[in-house]
Every structure is written in C-alpha cells, then in structure tokens.
Design a protein. Structure first.
Length: 167
C-alpha cells in the first residue's frame, strides 16, 4: 500500500511521526517504563498507550465509530486538523481517563498497539475504505495516516520521546 501520496507529502518529516515504520515506532514506545512521568497531562504511560490502541481500533474495523458533530462542522474540523500543520494542543481532554488498565503491563500494551496498526493497514487494503472520526467525519487511509501521525506525535512529545529535530 502506497502510504506517501499527495495528502501526506504536503507535510515534511519534521511535522509527522512515521507510523508506518513500526520497528522505529515500537522503539520509541519501548523507551517508556511504568514510572515514566509525562511532561504535561495526567496520563500514565500505559494509559497513553491503551488510549492509542482504543483510537486505532476505531480505524481498523474493530470498533464502530460515528460522527458526533454536524457534517459541516466535521468538514471544517477535518480541513483544519488534517490539511494544515496544526498540532494537537497540550492538555486536551475528551472525557475521563480510566484508571482501569486492559493489558497486564506496558510491554504487552505496546505490542498490541503495533498489532492494531497492522490491522489498520489491512482494513484499508480494500479500495474505497473509509473510517469515521468522531469530530472530522469519514476519512480515507491517507487522512488517517496524517491524523494518526499527529496523534502519536502529540503523545510521544507528552512523554519526551522525540528528539528535538523530530519534535
């Protein structure tokens, strides 16, 4: 599957985390330990990884998403958040952070995140596939690559896991 296309190439490597490079991505997450402290926010490392798992599952067919805003608002939000270099701001909260963890440990959660991303790729192998974002509406693979990249970058920066050249 061709990941780099016109939508993705409008951003340079300084702005995106290459979520398709799973080995590198895993190596970043494996720098965490259960006691790693975030630069900002309330999430602990495993909560953050499990949050990413949850979000990726909405894009790989395992969870059924729906758009939570009117279509016009979703289109404007998608344009602003996908097709610009706008970053996710610090301390954005969309609901409560659960203290209950799903996976037995951080390492298992990281491995599961990589599996979910592989399932995301598989889901989008079918031509014309779309997955709905709660705030942006239907998005294709390339749009999701951009959004996942921005979302992962946000959380990697939260735990100071990106070198300054990439942050």
């Amino acid at each position: 599957m061709e990941i780099v296309n016109s939508a993705v190439t409008q951003f340079n490597s300084q702005q995106l985390v290459e979520t398709s490079n799973r080995k590198h991505l895993a190596s970043l997450f494996f720098q965490l330990n259960a006691n790693s402290v975030p630069v900002w926010g309330k999430m602990r490392p495993q909560q953050m990884v499990e949050h990413l798992i949850d979000q990726v599952q909405y894009t790989n067919g395992k969870k059924i998403p729906y758009c939570e805003v009117p279509e016009e608002q979703a289109l404007l939000a998608k344009q602003a958040n996908i097709y610009t270099d706008l970053e996710i701001p610090r301390n954005v909260m969309f609901g409560e952070i659960s203290d209950k963890l799903i996976y037995p440990d951080l390492s298992t959660a990281i491995h599961q995140l990589i599996i979910e991303l592989a399932d995301f790729d598989q889901y989008f192998r079918k031509p014309g596939s779309m997955a709905i974002h709660g705030g942006f509406g239907p998005m294709n693979y390339d749009e999701w690559i951009i959004w996942h990249s921005k979302h992962f970058k946000h959380h990697l920066k939260q735990f100071d896991l990106l070198v300054s050249a990439q942050a």
